[in-house]
Design a protein around this ligand. Structure first.
Ligand code: 6PG
Length: 483
């Protein structure tokens, strides 16, 4: 009997996904460019279910039942194109190719179009949850045609993470690049979330002088509040871990340069082209960038700038109170980061005609993915009720949360600023919130400046039309340019 699904690429993610599929009663064809890896995989896991190895792409395609479904789990970029072309050579009309890598959504749009011309359904699918998730239940965000979703649905539902209410964390996001777009924004939010946690840690470490173990305990306690999430949970684990060699906290032995593979940057680049402010995500990407500017940072150390002392000199009850303020500041900033991410999805949905169901996106992020968090329940409720249509910030639950946290948010940022501890995502999130709330913005002055140096015109508050002041003329008269 043939396989009902196949996996191409048996590196960490592909191998885990293939095993997960096999564990759930699927008959799984497997193929890897170097056959040796396939052999090792079969030796280690071949008895975990029905796994059918192939040495060539042709053999692999032939081992699949029609319509054929192949999931590609290889490096995003050129390797993905190569595998797609090889598969397409042997596949037929009605077959389905799923790309489960972190592909750039414009590439997915291009690939879907090229495959559609050959009658092949191409599905760009975001897969979140790392190796562990791929094995035990990832959150999956497939795009592509409705037709392919019908075929994929039972297969993907069998392996997906299950939310606390039992719903599988997979849903058809929309046509062509919609799935990869949503995964990209997921990663952008992941960056903001991680940076917010890091800023909170820094405030406790440098500001309150706590050691990593103590801070780990704080995060473990926060994980029992509204902040209950995978990232907060693993933060406690990282902070409590000691280095095997030196016995010091492992976090003190790790070089402070944060890496990144591109999805956060794409989220920001795309947001810029869509004109959606995603300030929290952008600052998180820049913070990683700054951490990696070795020469710049070294020179800054040599300059030995005169600066305030980071220590806040608080202890006992005062320190406890400040820790609670940090928690609230983190929560408020996190709400802003999610609101901005969802705005980007909504805007892209309009531009690309995707018709994305936001409540559903929040629902499939409740388990399996890296940003899984208890408050995603609240987010999906908010979208479901229609109260988050313009922004999540206006849904009653989140509006109230922001109002409750506002004072803490300001105090923490003010304190951090006075003590020279950088809080780029805390600060930019609050600036966004304050910008939104402002009845009048200084943008009016910018319009005046633009009109003076470039005759870019402006609108008046009391009359429709476009106006220009003849700035260079002695009487500086205003003229109406258009209605
Ligand atoms: C996930 C992760 C996953 C991955 C990214 C991290 O959802 O499972 O987001 O996609 O860990 O590669 O990206 P950086 O390497 O850019 O931090």
């Amino acid at each position: 009997r043939k396989a009902n699904v196949g996996v191409v690429g048996l590196a960490a993610m592909g191998a885990s996904l293939a095993r997960n599929l096999a564990h759930h009663g699927n008959r799984v064809a497997v193929y890897n460019r170097t056959y040796q890896r396939t052999e090792t995989f079969m030796k280690e896991h071949g008895d975990e279910g029905v796994l059918i190895p192939s040495q060539t792409v042709k053999e692999f395609v032939e081992s699949l039942s029609v319509p054929r479904t192949a999931i590609i789990m290889v490096k995003a970029g050129a390797p993905t194109d190569q595998v797609i072309n090889e598969l397409a050579e042997y596949m037929e009309q009605g077959d389905i190719i799923v790309d489960g890598g972190n592909a750039y959504f414009e590439d997915t749009i291009r690939r879907e179009k090229a495959m559609a011309e050959r009658g092949i359904h191409f599905v760009g699918m975001g897969v979140s949850g790392g190796e562990e998730g791929a094995l035990n239940g990832p959150s999956m965000m497939p795009g592509g045609s409705d037709w392919s979703w019908e075929t994929l649905k039972p297969i993907l539902e069998s392996i997906a993470a299950k939310a606390p209410d039992g719903t599988p964390c997979v849903a058809h996001i929309g046509p062509n690049g919609a799935g990869h777009f949503v995964k990209m924004v997921h990663n952008g939010i992941e960056y903001a979330d991680m940076q917010l946690i890091a800023e909170s840690y820094d405030l406790m470490r440098r500001g309150l002088g706590m050691d990593p173990q103590q801070i780990g305990d704080v995060f473990a306690a926060w994980n029992k509040t509204e902040l209950d999430s995978y990232l907060v949970e693993i933060t406690a684990e990282v902070l409590r871990k000691r280095d095997e060699k030196t016995g010091k906290p492992i976090v003190d032995m790790i070089v402070d340069h944060a890496g990144m593979k591109g999805t956060g940057t794409w989220t920001v680049q795309t947001a810029l082209s869509l004109a959606v402010p995603v300030t929290g995500i952008a600052e998180a990407v820049f913070a990683r960038g700054l951490s990696d500017q070795t020469a710049l940072r070294e020179q800054a150390q040599k300059e030995n700038f005169k600066a305030p002392e980071a220590a806040l000199h608080m202890d006992g009850a005062e320190a406890e109170t400040f820790i609670e303020l940090i928690r609230e500041a983190l929560y408020a900033s996190k709400i802003v980061a999610y609101a901005q991410g969802f705005n980007e999805i909504a805007q892209a949905g309009q531009k690309y005609g995707w018709d994305i169901d936001m409540a559903q996106v929040a629902r499939i992020w409740r388990a399996g993915c890296i940003i899984r968090a208890k408050f995603l329940n609240r987010i999906s409720d908010a979208f479901e009720s229609g109260s988050a249509d313009i922004s999540l910030l206006f849904a009653p639950y989140f509006k109230e949360a922001l109002e409750n946290c506002e004072e803490a948010w300001r105090k923490v940022i003010a304190t951090a600023t006075m003590h020279g501890i950088p809080t780029p995502v805390f600060s930019s999130s609050l600036a966004y919130f304050d910008g939104l709330r402002s009845k009048r913005l200084p943008a009016a002055l910018i319009q005046g400046q633009r009109d003076l140096f470039g005759a870019h015109t402006y609108q008046r508050v009391d009359e429709p039309g476009a106006f220009h002041t003849l700035w260079a003329e002695p009487d500086q008269k205003e003229i109406k340019i258009s209605d």
